[in-house]
Design a protein around this ligand. Structure first.
Ligand code: COA
Length: 388
């Protein structure tokens, strides 16, 4: 296997992008990534595009071909593949791209993610997202994603020390980070009171405990480490990529306050990279709801089970803390265009490791991790990246 590096990254702004077409979101992110890498479109051997549900959101399927066409690469007959794993589509697209380069099958590969969710209303959006759960056992009986994560929160708060204020603190921190990120959907600071006074969505989760519905795209360019000198982009090495699965329905899980797929993927990634959680300088985790960040930091090994609330309350996960979590603003404040999120996480870690994150820069960051979840944890992708 060859060593792989990310040599270019690009991301659109996230938000409600009414005047930008689905295909143009991708083109914008892809062009930024190619320019950053110093790569011409014709030099790209393959494309992997993460997308969850363009069929439901914009009535478009056959995304791989559409993207290749509008990227101007249909005439070079590029290999272009859509990757789908619900909200982990981007994380898996990145993994497929890494495998393609590491194996020697391809050299210059673009991994991207795109989703345009706001062309339909909230009801239709929530309905489309519910397809990531078990349709027969969960969706058809009315369980939405806020509802499923609320059940996880209730179980967790019954068993471990986590107050309503601790949950709110996750959102406060992520909005504070989002306020320092020019691409974030929400760039305003909030207080614990903002969260506690916001409307109830699914008890105990309130509006500000939820990630929003978002349009956006992100792209990264990968190359064999031995070829990075041919390009102008500052390279960042891929130290590990791992993926794991679990039962799709929440009621079939061993424990709903732990994502076993996160534990498995993290163990595989740490073992491959010969690293421990203590050596990670920053992590982007899948905070689709505030409870998800608490569970993620425990399952990834940054603290023991039940200590996620304390870690957050004591500022250990904030900028300047022991392990800064979601410096981009996370899904909560940066936004969550589902198919794009896993690639945006890589964009953020690369930006940090290059020292280009401005007001949200983590001092001397050398190793970063991403954690991308599909559904309530039936698919998890974990990647570790490091400075070369
Ligand atoms: N956090 C903070 N503010 C939010 C928000 C969020 N998650 N979602 C919407 N808002 C704001 C909007 O900006 C808007 O503000 P404005 O009135 O100042 O313009 C206001 O709240 C109402 O927005 P609207 O789009 O009407 O909200 P909604 O009630 O239709 O939808 C949710 C809110 C929480 C139901 C929706 O965002 C949601 O379903 N989120 C979860 C998405 C999800 O499940 N993703 C997959 C996870 S695995």
């Amino acid at each position: 296997m060859r060593d792989v590096a990310v040599i270019g990254v690009g991301c659109t702004t996230f938000g409600e992008k009414w005047s930008t077409a689905f295909r143009h979101l991708f083109i914008e992110a892809g062009a930024l990534a190619l320019e950053d890498a110093g790569v011409q479109g014709e030099q790209v051997d393959a494309l992997y595009v993460g997308n969850m549900s363009a069929g439901r959101f914009v009535e478009q399927e056959h995304i791989g071909a559409l993207i290749a066409d509008y990227a101007g690469l249909a005439t070079t007959h590029i290999a272009s593949t859509r990757v789908e794993a619900a909200c982990a589509s981007g994380g898996l697209a990145f993994r497929q791209a890494v495998i393609a380069v590491a194996s020697g099958m391809e050299d210059i590969v673009v991994a991207a993610g795109v989703e345009k969710m706001t062309d339909v209303g909230t009801g239709a959006s929530v309905e489309a997202l519910a397809g990531a759960a078990d349709r027969e056992w969960e969706g058809f009986v009315g369980a939405t994603f806020p509802g499923l994560y609320a059940m996880m929160a209730v179980d967790y708060m019954h068993r471990y020390p986590l107050s309503r204020e601790d949950l709110a603190q996750v959102a406060v921190k992520n909005h504070s980070n989002g306020a320092k990120n020019p691409i974030a959907q929400f760039q305003q600071e909030i207080t614990i009171d903002t969260v506690l006074r916001s409307s109830l969505v699914a008890d105990p989760l309130r509006l500000f405990d939820c990630s929003p519905i978002t349009d956006g795209a992100a792209a990264v360019v990968l190359a064999p480490l031995e070829r990075v000198h041919e390009f102008t982009g500052t390279p960042v090495k891929v130290l590990a990529t791992a993926q794991a699965s679990d039962s799709i329905a929440l009621h079939d899980r061993r424990d709903i306050s732990t994502l076993d797929a996160t534990v498995a993927a993290a163990n595989r990634a740490f073992s491959k990279a010969h690293l421990t959680p203590r050596e990670i300088d920053l992590v982007e985790v899948h905070d689709c709801f505030t409870i998800a960040e608490i569970i993620a930091i425990e399952d990834l090994g940054f603290c023991r089970k039940g200590e996620g609330g304390r870690l957050t309350r004591e500022g250990e996960t904030a900028l300047g803390g022991r392990i800064p979590v979601n410096t981009s603003g996370g899904l909560k404040a940066c936004g969550h265009p589902v198919g794009a999120t896993g690639i945006k996480q890589v964009w953020e870690v690369v930006t940090q490791l290059r020292g280009e994150a401005g007001a949200r820069q983590v001092d001397s960051a050398e190793i970063g991790m991403t954690h991308n979840v599909g559904g309530t944890g039936a698919t998890v992708a974990v990647h570790i990246l490091g400075v070369t």
